[in-house]
Write a protein that binds this ligand. Structure first.
Ligand code: 1PZ
Length: 205
């Protein structure tokens, strides 16, 4: 819709990950909680283009991003945020910043894989691309009930062309922005995984 809130949302999402990718590949600069969580907040605009089927996923994702935004008011870097949770022995506790970071990282990864699938598919199906992304990123971590609900929700997704229309993009412009996001989100995801792995916290929980 012209002038709608989703006006050029893809460009915004892609642009907000540029500086994060620079930090991730700098080999020394620490990523800050604020810029990271605000970039992740941009991503949630996509939910608005998917219809009501994924409202529950949106709520879960947004609440976790909001928790990170709140954390950024008193903690500067992702590194320090994790260290504080380690000190307080609450890394895996429900609602901890570190646990929410791992979930939000998966959300970003899902969008990355989703865009990769959309870019390489010729058809008009969003369901196929979304199913592949979900299977790869979230399904191994979700129980039976959630997996069933997600599978049912996939049937309610709009088509790829409907999604692009809601995003105010055509095939060509969408491809450019999606490619940009795929390129920049990769190193950011790796950076976060390294924060976990270098402390033996694991990323499979
Ligand atoms: C076209 C794209 C289709 C989008 C499909 C989205 C599928 C994701 C469905 C996730 C359902 C979430 C239900 C809640 C799950 C929670 O149990 C877990 C664990 O949370 P905790 O126990 O730590 O509080 N939460 C998650 O796994 C995070 C889910 C975030 C979903 C973000 C998806 C981002 C994709 C955006 C695409 C527009």
């Amino acid at each position: 819709m012209a002038g709608g809130r989703e006006d050029k949302a893809l460009r915004k999402i892609a642009a907000s990950f540029e500086p994060l990718a620079e930090v991730a590949t700098s080999g020394g600069v620490a990523m800050e909680v604020g810029p990271f969580s605000h970039a992740c907040a941009h991503v949630s605009v996509l939910f608005g283009c998917l219809g009501i089927a994924f409202k529950f996923a949106e709520k879960d994702y947004v609440s976790k991003v909001d928790d990170l935004i709140e954390a950024s008011k008193s903690i500067t870097t992702l590194n320090d945020m994790i260290e504080l949770d380690i000190q307080q022995d609450c890394v895996r506790q429900g609602g901890s910043h570190t646990r929410n970071l791992l979930r939000v990282k998966r959300g970003v990864d899902m969008v990355r894989v989703l865009f990769e699938e959309i870019i390489k598919s010729d058809g008009n199906s969003l369901k196929d691309a979304a199913s592949v992304a979900y299977e790869k990123v979230f399904a191994p971590h979700h129980g039976w009930a959630i997996r069933k609900a997600v599978a049912a929700g996939m049937y309610a997704l709009p088509s790829k062309s409907q999604l692009l229309k809601r995003l105010n993009e055509d095939e060509g412009s969408a491809k450019v922005e999606m490619q940009s996001f795929v390129r920049t989100s990769g190193p950011v995801i790796q950076y976060i995984e390294e924060l976990f792995n270098s402390r033996q916290l694991g990323i499979d929980w």
